[in-house]
Design a protein. Sequence first.
Lengths: 353, 335, 589
Amino acid sequence: MGDGLEERIFVRPRKHFRRTYSTREVGIGAVLLVGLAAVAGWVAWRGAHPDPELSSAVPLEHRAPGNVDRGPLPAGLAPAGWREQRLGVFDPGNLYEKIDGREGYYKSFGFQRLHALTLVPPAGEPTVDIELYDLGSAQNALGAAAGEIPATASPALRDGTLSLVDRNTLYLARGKYYLRAIGSAESPAVREVLETLGRRFATALPAAALPFSYALFVPCGVSPGKVSYLAENAFSFGFARGVHLGQLPDGDTELFAVVTGNPAEARALAARFNQAFAEYGKPAGGAGGVAWAEDRYLARISGAGATGRLVLGVHSAADVQTARGLHEKLVTRAASIPDSALVTVAAPPRQEE
Amino acid sequence: MDEAEHARLSRRQVLRQVAGVAAGAAAAGVLAWRLRDPTGERGKPAQPELSLPAGGYAVEASSVLPALGVATGQSVDAMVRGAVDAIGGMARFVSRGDVVVIKPNVAFERAAALGATTNPEVVRALVLLVREAGAREVRVADNPIESPEACFVRSGVQRAAVEAGATVYLPSPRDFRTLAVPGATWIVRWPFFHRPFLGATKVIGVSPVKDHNLCRASMTTKNWYGLLGGRRNQFHQDIHGIIADLALMMRPSLVLLDGTRVLFRSGPTGGSLSDVRPGNTVVSSTDSLAADAFGWHELLDRPSEPLPAYFEKAAARGLGNPDWKAQHVKRVQVG
Amino acid sequence: MASTLVIPGWEKHPPKRNKDGSPWWARTFRITRVRIASQVFFFSLFLFLLWCTWFSRLGGYPVSLFLEVDPLVGVATAISTHTVYRWLWRGLFVLVPTLLLGRAFCNWMCPYGTLHQFVGWVFNIWTNKNNIDRNRYRPAYQIKYLILAVFLVMASLGSLQIGLLDPICLLVRTLTTAVAPASDLAHLNLAAALRERLGMDPAPLLFLSSAPGASEQRIFRGAWFVGLLIVGLVGMNLVIPRFFCRVLCPLGAFLGVLARFAPFRIKRDLTKCTDCNACLRRCEGASDPQAALRKSECFVCFNCIDDCPEDALSFGLGPLEFKDFMVGEPRKGTATLFGKPVISKIPETVKSAPAVPRRRWAFAVLGGVLAYPFLRLSAAVNKRGFSAKAIRPPGSVEESEFLERCIKCDQCIRVCPTNVLQPSTLAEGGLEGLWTPVMNFSIGFCQLNCTLCSEVCPTGAIQKTSLARKLGVGEHAPKGPISVGTAFFDRGRCLPWAMETPCVVCEEVCPVTPKAIGTYEETITRWDGTKVTLKKPYMRPELCIGCGICEHECPVLDSPAVYVTAVGETRSQDRSLLLETSRKTKEKT
């Protein structure tokens, strides 16, 4: 050991004694540093993707299925092997959390509560989303259903239940409830689940008397899905409030009915309708107490007459003959409806968004 | 070095040493004299006391404007605005440059829909309204029962307040100072969450409408509970007296009663949606007793039951008038 | 080099070169510098993740990452439970490189190792000559292997004790219960002083807070001991460098056992080495690079390469012992290796296995076999005689399973927002349960909507628990909520029951709905003749989840009039209280 070395080692602390360096070593170091950067990047990425449950501001009852309050949902909806998920209850105050943008539609039908649920098969796909709306009255439930059922489909009306399975969707209205179940795919399996659900809800939900308009219009050839109700401004007439409508399969002709307080009121209102129809065209002859009018542009026949405290009318029929025939049918049907059933449930005020 | 030289040096050294010791002893004596504490009283830590401004943060009373503004509707934003406009508009309470403390009730780590905390949308609308009126700074503060961060996040108040441009003040151990409340029965001196109030010029309380197991109803007056620290768990021994003290402690510029939801049972914690019903109402007032009494009768819907005892106790001190029916109430229906 | 790029003055000032002709950056960015960068990086990452272990900072950060990549945690829990929980497979990220490169973890990643090295470096007052002596191997360095053997044998019997000394567990625990609260105390006082004396806004200082938004200073039982321990262990660096790493660390020992298989090692060129021992000056592992390298002790810090004046040391594939290829007698200076003269007088270059004699291994195994019954039969952790205050956080698995999993890292205690989780002292869990989490309701309470402890637990002692599971709603409704214990009233101390004074804070704060605390209303005439209506509280045990907020808020502070004990916890049928919950527990299992 020479003196020089001795000095280098023992006198100068905190220095290293290495004499040669290698660029390859620097290369390896650079690779390691890139590795560290990758670790840092991964940690940052993970950090930016938290588990939303940890700070969720949504109450657990909205997030978790099967809590105590299932409302009207019958227990055990899931077919064998399937699971229920995401049971949620929504009121007018938070409906937007479930149905963003379309809540106004349901609110216009007197929305009170929504129970929603997802059925998940063992494979995880396809799922079925169930939404059960409590709309306060049968009239609202049927109205909301009629508005969503596709124009081309014809639902069945049986034992107070309106139901239809169309493609991947079940529409069902019974009592004050409107049910919609949508499959995430259009498969036979989903269809089968939807059919089962339809049968299940048809018995599980409490029924309510159907609005008289169904007894009135359906025997006249109107599909149950085409019976509707307009709270105001029917046919763009400012005075036409509380109008029950039924659209015939030809897509143009509509039957309508309005309940008034007494026969005198009914006669006055019928006259008002006839007068208003005539303003759009010319008189087409009167018969059976109805002054028919032909529309100037469409050449369709419209008119209304009073039967008891009901105003019964036909709108946009092909010719006077048909119109008269339909009107007579309506009058006959109306005679079989007890006076006590002639109620128009006051529709709730339309919510302004 | 010869001997004489040596003696001279050592003499100098001795003198220097003696002088040094004498100076040190003198200094020690002076210091001991200045620090003397014969009874042991001086050594006790000083308790700095805090007082809120005389007259509190109240704005000038008005004989013309309604005492109570009640807005009902669906839109939270419109209700808050409608309620405040009904009693003169935010400009009456907040002027340009004000530093405003908003005190919501965020006592528990609960989702807003469970009704145990102030609706974050009400907080949001209120903060925006206050900022519109020209406030320089808006602070949202509460000292919850459960862990503060979690309460503010889970209730949604944190997000609403921050998005609307307010600063959230969470309590930390050094944020409490003893507050003097002269005339109080119980809380004459009590630890107070003072940091948000440094430099504050206006105070607005905004509380939900809640059932309460002990005092029967927790609304805008009980809401000030959340500004205190210390042994709050003793308050229940005379909860009505304490709430009357709270009314004395804090004279706010304005209170808002958030009746968008009503926790009508299982309060003050709730925990189930079935304990909550929609109220669709926001009430504003400068008189928290009037607002609370309105909430008791119309929102908690207990018209035939007598008001909880704290109303009378606070009213006897001239801190408000629970008889809202005798006063000018302006009701507005908004979108 | 053909280039159109002309840099003015290039010719006059060519880039600096080292004396050996290599470019300047080959010296500046040599491997020891990269190692320091790596240590700084991992130490910072460790602190950052611990800082993040808090409600408002948690995000999705893998806050228990260091505990998960600690292969001793993975292996020991695999031995005790025969399973590898959740993210513990990440231990492979350390295990595999160790099998290739040796104990690089110790000097490249381990934050505790970095702390020791840093302290040793800062307070090193020795001369180089002293340092060389201090870094020679000592027989005491075997102790860590014996500790490892004891711990692994105990793990195989069902008592996991590695956390007592595992460096990552130890550091997380120490920072959580001793250092972070101390730092909070300091900076909160500083912040208050800034605000009050100087009128400054101390808000930026909140960044330093380990528990922002907590309205009270966090306190931990037995923090003094944990604090004292780290001061002692770190202080030992002044006596023996890397004392903990060389003598005690069971993780180091485990990696050392693996390192014997590593094909890469520090190689000594016998034809260059002059036996000057300079390589020992900063040898972190005391691994004898100047002679037969102890692969199990080598931390792969590369300081020896930096310190070799003859460039005789290098790191590379070294499966062979060069001595066998030597011709001649090295001690007489006549030997040659592949035709070059051998200069070093020490022909051995590698020693693979830890230098622990077989009989000592046997002794350690025996020690482990004996230690298990000593600890386990100490009543504190059995189904009879357990402590009423050994209340485990919600989501904890049954006690004997818990002790197979808990590594005492105290991550759960760190993240607990209310400070209720406390490291167990000897009183609650005995020595076997030391530093495992228990709830102390005079300090905090278990917040209803919080499952953070189950989120951060790396080993599943507290199983990841969804809020729906904790509260027993939705699909978990048949099992009911998780209960960690049951509250009891001490009517002799309760204000309405015993002191004619209204109270029922307990009922107010009870978070379950319907409330687990009911009241009897009674109007009485007090001693002074005044009439008072009292609500006297009682428990509805089937609703109580043992969250302890009643105990925490009870104004009878020191020994509350309502208090929770462990009985009735749903995780264990042995400790159930009601027939009803007993049935539910059975269904669960």
